[in-house]
Design a protein around this ligand. Structure first.
Ligand code: PNS
Length: 162
């Protein structure tokens, strides 16, 4: 049975992430969506909150599991006997950072391959940070995230203002 890990901050999940998770679930028997810590980011949501939003957003895909982890991605992947790490590549600007992570992960554990999927054209520009920024500035975020995620972002923005 083939297993892939879809790792990310998912702070919060967007339609761009969901597209990659769905497509990975058609290639691999099992996909574990791993909510991990990116030390370079200041998250809006706790790991548990991000996992809950993911659960609600991908509940229609049968071969998906959601997990959280605060260690190294390769250790998580090895613990779950994963064959591959699947990441979405949006634009050329993603490449350098993703390439660096893939090479580092390969150095840490050469058994686990990184597989890149090209993002769908409509999600090329999408990121959690952009969605939060649009929400903060009063824009409509409904084209970018599921309704449950939209509600939580707007709730967080109201809390930040009070
Ligand atoms: O969605 P993001 O923020 O681009 O995802 C980055 C993430 C969380 C996958 C990356 O920061 C990560 O793998 N964190 C876990 C810690 C780790 O393994 N760091 C070394 C990877 S180079």
């Amino acid at each position: 049975m083939s297993t892939a890990i879809c790792p990310g901050s998912f702070d919060p999940v967007t339609y761009g992430h969901i597209d990659i998770i769905k497509r990975a679930s058609k290639i691999f028997d099992k996909v574990i969506v791993a909510v991990l810590v990116n030390v370079a980011k200041n998250p809006w949501f706790t790991i548990e909150e991000r996992m809950e939003l993911l659960r609600k957003s991908v509940s229609d895909i049968p071969n998906i599991e959601i997990a959280g982890f605060d260690g190294l991605l390769v250790d998580f992947a090895a613990e779950h006997d994963a064959d591959a790490i699947v990441k979405g590549l949006r634009a050329v600007s993603d490449f350098e950072y993703e390439f660096q992570m893939a090479l580092t992960n390969n150095k840490l554990n050469s058994e686990i391959e990184t597989v890149f999927l090209t993002t769908s054209a409509e999600n090329m520009y999408l990121s959690s940070s952009i969605v939060k920024q649009v929400g903060l500035l009063g824009g409509d975020i409904s084209p970018f995230v599921p309704e449950c995620v939209q509600d939580e972002i707007l709730k967080r923005i109201r809390q930040r203002r009070n």
